[in-house]
Design a protein around this ligand. Sequence first.
Ligand code: S3P
Length: 169
Amino acid sequence: MQFNNIFLIGLMGSGKTSIGKILAKKLKKKFFDIDHEIINKMNLTISEIFEKYGEKKFREMESEILDALTMNENAVISTGGGIILNKKNISKMRTIGIIVHLDIDIKTQIFRVKNTKNRPLLDGENLQDKLKQMKQKRDKIYKKISNITILVTKKNKSRIVTEIEDKLQ
Ligand code: S3P
């Protein structure tokens, strides 16, 4: 069976949601964002979910929503940065889609996320250290599991989308 799904993965602030929306429109595919599906289902913000139920529960929900979305065909699915922390999530994505990694450097990432709310893993002090640690742990996984990697630094959205389309061919 051909599923024709595209999963966007990458660190926080790499543009998975905004690029996903544009890409889906251009390719005439459905669009889903896993974080938004969780927010809608729980009727709580991501920060509230972390606060009330903890990260473990959030990760369970993330996998549940991924499972539910994998019933779809022909969709662009933007994931949360931590989707790759669970091996089952990785194999699910690999089985039914193409994985596109939006690769971002720390400097650009800090600039993009420093004033954002609703990213509970970045709350508190030492933003730079937190991001560096996450990058160190996760980048090798993103790189290993993705079919396509696009460096997003210093590129506008339409260029990023065009690069993805080119590489999909
Ligand atoms: C997370 C990334 C967030 C969200 C949650 C955890 C992570 O999504 O899922 O705050 O572990 O990197 P974005 O990558 O869309 O910010």
